[in-house]
Design a binder for this molecule. Structure first.
Ligand SMILES: CC1=C(/C=C/C(C)=C/C=C/C(C)=C/C=O)C(C)(C)CCC1
Ligand SMILES: [Fe+2]
Length: 546
């Protein structure tokens, strides 16, 4: 297991041509760009958690049936400082570094409570965001790093705080039909308030003397006050529909006071996160048109959700699907000490991730009887029970057990949809198969092979697609067997059968998330919908040399 998790991966700076077997559809032209942790030790020092690893960007460029692979570490300030010192000097989620160059902030920490938020890492290892014509590597702190999607070079370090008052922001932004970015972040103790802030970064902006910078035009269009000033909820993603935002204020919380003293106590950020099983999960629905939350207080049982799958409006209700856990044990399991040879025994999730469908009425009938179900949808058994004082208790419908890293055909984001593509995850947090789940027929199709560990399956629609599943699935597969080289798997999304695989004679790491950048303009609305690339860097038009 160390092969996959613990060992540092070598970067592949020169594009290497893959050995393709089968046939890659000729319409599939573009770059699959992904992110994830690749370096787990620096000098003699070792990170504690898999989510601490230094960001390794990699790309699979598909052109005329050929695939070219390359990878490069994100040259974050964190990477550079660690490399220079030849040890870990910047703290990450599960590792507190001593001394941390960011520690100077702590001298201020005790003079004003509002200064207790430490400076965080710019090791943006989780996802890639398209913002206007720019691409950024993202994590959950206030920093994002601009990158060149073709060469994988690291560009500017951007501090969200220069544009919007957030200390943390999700690495799972949404995109509307015009390509504008919608994201959420947490503003901790700003002017005496802790809030969850919803903001929009426009896709197209006027050019100024320094060129185009969509971030300068960031606009806050709504916020939700945190139930607690000093312990905001942790969240990894949120949902959107055509008119609403869905936000779960879950009882998995960051303890800000613990965070402010973590450095002097020598404990990591992860230890400042706790699941409160006695608490509830609040469901906030914000109207995008007014920026105002729907006044009814919706809540459900304590759950931990990392990934929202999709959300949509149906007959006066808002329906949303999430992958939910009964506790926060997922983060526990990714401690590198658990990801060793005895992995199968050490790493049993105490709660299986399940796909759950919630339905909340957008307008609750004031006269509805206490105890009655105010959701009247034929399409789901999810219920919402009216209580006293305008409260509504939501009971989800359990759709599927054992899946994570969900993706959909993004053209259906915020709209009714049928298919979830995901990795199969049961009691072990590491996926062994990928699956297609049909929320309508509740049936599934799977792909898996011995010793193969698939990454998040990403859907790319085919030109002129009619059905939701007209397209292909891309997933990078790494292997625990030294005899088996990694490969990019290409599946037909309809039948879930293999169309091709591109075997790569280089190290490939198990990653987290990413996106597909189609080469040509087109109707492919994958993740970032407006994929016109007016000023692509020149080398992207030609196949990379091997
Ligand atoms: C550094 C840092 C953080 C980093 C969190 C990370 C890196 C989370 C990764 C989550 C993933 C990959 C989830 C997958 O489902 C916090 C806790 C936000 C705040 C404190 C500083
Ligand atoms: Fe994620």
């Amino acid at each position: 297991m160390d092969v996959i998790f613990g060992r540092n991966k070598k970067e592949q700076l020169e594009p290497v041509r893959a050995q393709v077997t089968g046939r890659i559809p000729s319409w599939l032209q573009g770059t699959l760009l992904r992110n994830g942790p690749g370096m787990h030790t620096v000098g003699e020092t070792r990170y504690n958690h898999w989510f601490d690893g230094l960001a390794l960007l990699h790309s699979f460029t598909i052109r005329d049936g050929e695939v070219y692979y390359r990878s490069k570490y994100l040259r974050s300030d964190t990477y550079n400082a660690n490399t220079k010192a030849n040890r870990i000097v910047v703290s990450e989620f599960g590792t507190m570094a001593h001394p941390d160059p960011c520690k100077n902030i702590f001298s201020k920490a005790f003079s004003y409570l509002s200064h207790t938020i430490p400076d965080f890492t710019d090791n943006c290892l989780i996802n890639i965001m398209k913002c206007g014509e720019d691409f950024y590597a993202t994590t959950e702190t206030n920093y994002i790093r601009k990158i060149n999607p073709q060469t994988l070079e690291t560009l500017e370090k951007v501090d969200y705080r220069n544009y919007v008052a957030v200390n943390l922001a999700t690495s799972h932004p949404h995109y509307d039909a015009a390509g504008n970015v919608l994201n959420m972040g947490t503003s901790i103790m700003d002017k005496g308030k802790t809030k969850y802030v919803i903001f929009k970064i426009p896709a197209t902006v006027p050019e100024d003397a320094k060129g185009k910078n969509p971030l300068k035009h960031t606009e806050v269009f709504g916020s939700i006050t945190s139930r607690s000033l000093l312990s905001p909820s942790y969240y990894h993603s949120f949902g959107v529909t055509e008119n609403y935002i869905v936000f779960l204020e879950q009882p998995f919380k960051l303890d800000v006071l613990k965070m402010s003293t973590a450095y002097i106590r020598g404990v990591n950020w992860a230890s400042c996160l706790a699941f409160h099983r006695e608490d509830q999960t609040y469901i906030h629905i914000v109207d995008q048109r007014t920026g105002k939350p729907v006044p009814t207080q919706f809540y459900t049982d304590p759950v931990v959700v990392f990934h929202h799958v999709n959300a949509y409006e149906e007959d006066g209700c808002l329906v949303f699907d999430v992958i939910a856990y009964e506790d926060g044990s997922l983060y526990q399991l990714f401690h590198l000490a658990n990801l060793n040879q005895d992995f199968e025994e050490n790493s049993r999730l105490t709660s299986v991730p399940t796909l759950r469908r919630f339905a909340v009425p957008l307008d609750v009938d004031k006269n509805a009887e206490v105890g009655s179900n105010v959701v009247k949808l034929a399409s789901t058994t999810a219920r919402a029970l009216k209580e006293k004082d305008d409260r509504v208790y939501c009971q989800p419908e359990l759709l599927y057990e054992g899946l994570e890293l969900p993706r959909i055909n993004y053209a259906h984001n915020g709209k009714p949809y049928r298919y979830v593509f995901a990795a199969e995850v049961h009691w072990s947090p590491i996926p062994t198969k990928i699956l297609k789940y049909d929320v309508l027929t509740k049936s599934s199709l799977k792909w898996g092979q011995e010793h193969c560990w698939p990454a998040e399956p990403l859907f790319v629609p085919m030109p002129g697609a009619k059905d939701e599943d007209d397209g292909i699935i891309l997933s990078a597969i790494v292997s625990t067997s030294p005899q088996k080289l990694p490969f990019l798997l290409v599946l037909d999304a309809k039948s879930f059968t293999e169309l091709a695989r591109a075997t790569i004679d280089a190290e490939v790491h198990l990653d987290l998330h990413g996106l597909f950048i189609p080469d040509a303009d087109g109707d492919a609305r994958e993740q970032a919908p407006s994929q016109e690339q007016p000023d692509r860097v020149p080398d992207c038009q030609v196949a990379p040399r091997t």
